[in-house]
Design a protein around this ligand. Structure first.
Ligand code: M6R
Length: 314
């Protein structure tokens, strides 16, 4: 499978890579549509291309789809806007039906894309027999619990607003995550850049020591999405590395977590869930954090400068 998209849709594609490979054992490549279309990619007739787009009108994604179809691959669209160009150009597809997304910064489309891709991964895993029946049932039941848990994440809003005020004058921010939470870190950084104009970078937490660690000092907020059950100890040691350099740690942790909460400067507790479903919950505090930072800095969160809702030019 090759997943293509731009911006937030590309981040949803990265989550899908983890889901399809982990659950359904299907090898996946995730490509920026803009790179894919110009780099003479290897596309086979047996490949399935999944094109992700909220608007269904992104020029680079459309051109990448045309290329994939010329090469004979099956193209499956995951689109929000009904009747959009991508929905008409693809061989098959699903709408996420998230309703009109008005703000330029994509939020509910990410949730819709990741939910749909999770359901696809689960169905594939079930029919390919790559996960046990009991794990499949557990994930399905947990997926049904997600809306209720999202409401509990939203209840953290006052605390997130408080943290936003504490860090809103920063010039830079670093977002870290591991495994399923790595694409969430990228998405959190993108949201902050887009609507607050603060420079932010997302990194896999373990990559920090290969460069970004040099940036850390007392003025650097480091937002760590640390809800993982897998690799928990590794995240704890990544946070210790940040604290040793006086970085300001804002940690997103599972409810009841103690070790990280004691080390972090600020903690946001969200309901526990299965690792493959974590992005559906962990992205929300990052979106809210960006929102309140942007509001605090007097930025227009619905219509940020220099950006358009649909990027219909190269
Ligand atoms: O409509 P699309 O999903 O194809 O749009 C792709 C990107 O332009 C879009 O996700 C952009 O990065 C958003 N402004 C992110 O919030």
């Amino acid at each position: 499978m090759i997943i293509i998209g731009c911006g937030t849709s590309w981040h949803a594609g990265l989550v899908a890579e983890y889901l399809f490979e982990d659950l359904a054992r299907i090898p996946v490549e995730v490509e920026y549509a803009s790179e894919f279309r110009y780099r003479n990619p290897i596309i086979r007739e047996t490949d399935v291309i999944i094109a992700l787009s909220q608007s269904g009108e992104t020029a680079d994604t459309l051109a990448a789809i045309e290329l994939a179809r010329e090469k004979g691959a099956l193209v499956y669209g995951v689109v929000n806007v009904v009747g959009s160009s991508i929905s008409r150009l693809t061989d098959a597809g699903s709408y996420i039906h998230a309703g009109p997304e008005i703000g330029v910064a994509s939020t509910k489309a990410f949730t819709g894309q990741v939910t749909l891709l999770t359901m696809m991964a689960l169905q594939l895993a079930h029919s390919r027999g790559t996960i046990s029946a009991s794990y499949y049932q557990r994930l399905l039941t947990e997926l049904e619990n997600i809306p209720h848990k999202v409401e509990r994440v939203l209840a953290c809003e006052p605390q997130i607003e408080y943290i936003a005020k504490e860090i809103q004058d920063s010039h830079n921010a670093l977002y870290l995550g591991r495994g399923f939470n790595f694409p969430v870190a990228l998405e959190g950084a993108l949201k902050l850049k887009e609507i607050s104009y603060i420079h932010a970078e997302g990194y896999p937490a373990a990559e920090m020591k290969h460069g970004p660690i040099a940036l850390i000092d007392e003025n650097m907020p480091v937002i760590v999405t640390a809800t993982n059950r897998n690799a928990y100890d590794k995240i704890v040691s990544n946070i210790q590395e940040v604290k040793a350099r006086k970085g300001k740690v804002i940690a997103i942790v599972a409810e009841g977590e103690k070790t990280i909460s004691e080390m972090a400067d600020y903690t946001i507790e969200i309901p526990e869930t299965e690792d493959p479903l974590a992005p559906l919950l962990s992205v929300i505090p990052l979106q809210l954090l960006s929102y309140y930072i942007a509001v605090g800095r007097g930025c227009n969160v619905d219509q940020p400068r220099n950006l358009a809702k649909s990027v219909t030019v190269e």
